[in-house]
Write a protein that binds this ligand. Structure first.
Ligand SMILES: [Zn+2]
Ligand SMILES: [Zn+2]
Length: 532
């Protein structure tokens, strides 16, 4: 059974892309050589290969690059290990592994090749490829890391430093644009101290970079500092900002360091709504002293703290009927003592978007773990908070035969918030008249969960012992699927549901792949959500 890898991440969610989906995603990115293994290389012995800008090659042994400089009619052999090497235009390269070799005639123009451990990467050109080319069905919805926008600090080497964890190579997708700055700058990306990307960026343009990261070997978890830098960024406050950041692969952002500045500030543009809340958690890392920590919204102080080692809190930011944009700034004072003095491990802004009243037949009360998981999922991946209110135990009925019976016998009698736009109703019962329905949603408002049918699915010998499926896993997938329908998630053709082609997505039919402790919506389905 193919389960996704789990690990804690920055926003508290637990989804990391499974390896097989990663490979599919690489194909979807249209890499000409998504993965050349050593055995493939043997078959291609001494053949000329053409690689393009977007090629990523991954060798399973140490790699040497031998350069054949045609123009000077001589063969130059060089060994490059764990160092960077600039590829020159129209040269032919022999890439040799310990056991085999192959010639590669490259068309790359001034694109760097990076050697790191056992892997060789060709970093793609931003003009040739962008994250929008990824098939949204194949990837989990990325956690919301930079909100609407996240600014580089006002620093000569203006750095945003993320702590990441990975168990294989990964790909960074980042969208960058200027804000108050009017000059061209260098944009650089470092993994640890290794520079993996550099390009001049111009004000007034929007960049969408896809950058291969040599984050490690398959099967081993390793931690890295991922640094995005604007040089020189000391010219103005709010000079440059990133509007999207996600790590593709078995990798996740788990924190962000405060900059080394006297007023060490991090700022985001966020969206407010009804009963807006902010969750944060900060921790001392290399600093030796306690510091003042201040939360600002639109330059007004919301709250001050003195922090010794760590602080976690939830703040109420106010009640906004209409959605509005605001700037949240977190500041450590003074943060100039040492690099990576403090780390932000949790940063979420969310508002009350949906309420679900749950009634249940005897023996079918939903598990708290299920409700907590779904609520957390929504605020880790967006701003919308979903509140489940477990209400009445209601009389049992073996089978709900249709919508009329559901409405007359339950909704009309027991739904306390009938007619309120932000309230949905959910009944946990036994069976629906269509026996393979584990859940059904009517009019994007009323959910029936056939909980006995769900339990039967989980306890079926084959699913349970071979598939490793549990009752709580099925409950999570089915409720997440149906709650999704109440906020316009789902594809339909002539009112027949088209299930997701990605079997790991909760909008696929319930199966061994999406029955996981941490199920997810694919990026396509998550992007469909629309709240009342
Ligand atoms: Zn459905
Ligand atoms: Zn999907």
């Amino acid at each position: 059974m193919n389960k996704s890898i789990s690990s804690s991440i920055y926003t508290g969610s637990k989804n990391i892309l499974p390896e097989n989906i990663l490979k599919e995603a690489a194909k979807a990115l249209n890499f000409s050589h998504p993965l050349i293994s050593q055995s493939d290389a043997k078959e291609d012995l001494n053949q000329i290969q053409t690689i393009h800008n977007e090629s990523i090659m991954n060798f399973s042994t140490d790699v040497r690059i031998i350069t054949d400089i045609k123009s000077e009619n001589e063969l130059t052999t060089s060994l490059y290990e764990k160092s960077t090497y600039e590829v020159e235009n129209n040269h032919t390269y022999t890439i040799q592994t310990k056991n085999t070799k192959q010639n590669i005639s490259t068309e790359i123009v001034e694109r760097p090749i990076y050697m790191y451990g056992t892997a060789l990467y060709v970093v793609p050109d931003d003009t040739s490829i962008s994250s929008t080319e990824v098939d949204d069905n194949l990837i989990p919805a990325p956690p919301q890391i930079v909100k609407e926008a996240h600014w580089f600090p006002k620093q000569s080497h203006a750095k945003l430093i993320y702590k990441i964890v990975a168990s294989d190579w990964s790909t960074l997708h980042v969208k960058l644009q200027s804000d108050q700055d009017i000059y061209a700058r260098y944009f650089r990306v470092y993994l640890g101290s290794l520079k993996v990307f550099e390009q001049i960026v111009y004000p007034g343009r929007t960049y969408d970079f896809t950058i291969g990261l040599p984050t490690g070997a398959s099967g081993f978890y390793t931690f890295h500092d991922l640094t995005l830098e604007i040089y020189s960024g000391g010219y103005t406050e709010f000079g440059w900002k990133i509007t999207s950041l996600w790590l593709q692969g078995p990798a996740a952002v788990i924190g962000e360091y405060f900059p080394r500045l006297s007023k060490a500030k991090l700022s985001w543009e966020v969206i407010y709504g009804p009963d807006t809340k902010l969750d944060f958690s900060i921790k001392r890392v290399n600093d030796k002293y306690s510091r003042y920590f201040t939360v600002y919204v639109d330059d007004q102080i919301v709250k001050d703290y003195t922090v010794y080692n760590q602080k976690q809190d939830t703040l109420s930011l106010g009640n906004y009927d209409k959605k509005s944009h605001h700037i949240v700034t977190l500041e450590i004072w003074s943060g100039s003592y040492v690099e990576k003095g403090w780390i932000l491990e949790l940063f979420r802004v969310h508002y009350a978007a949906l309420f679900v009243e749950i009634d249940y037949m005897p023996g079918h009360k939903p598990h708290e773990e299920t409700l907590n998981y779904i609520s957390e999922y929504y605020i880790n991946h967006g701003y919308e908070r979903v509140k489940f209110v477990v209400d009445d135990e209601v009389p049992a009925d073996d089978t709900i035969s249709d919508y009329n019976e559901f409405y007359n016998e339950y909704i009309k009698k027991y739904f306390d918030h009938l007619g309120k736009a932000k309230w949905k109703y959910c009944l946990f019962g036994q069976y629906y008249s269509i026996k393979d329905y584990l859940g059904v949603t009517f009019a994007k408002k009323y959910i029936f969960i056939a909980d006995q049918a769900c339990d039967n699915f989980a306890n079926n010998w084959f699913n349970h012992y071979i598939g490793g499926v549990t009752e709580v896993q099925v409950e999570k997938v089915v409720l997440m699927h149906e709650v999704g329908h109440t906020v316009h998630i789902g594809d339909f053709e002539d009112s027949t549901e088209i299930y997701c082609s990605n079997s790991f997505c909760v909008m696929a039919k319930v199966n061994w792949d999406n029955c996981d402790d941490s199920p997810y919506y694919c990026a396509h389905h998550w992007s469909q959500r629309k709240f009342p």
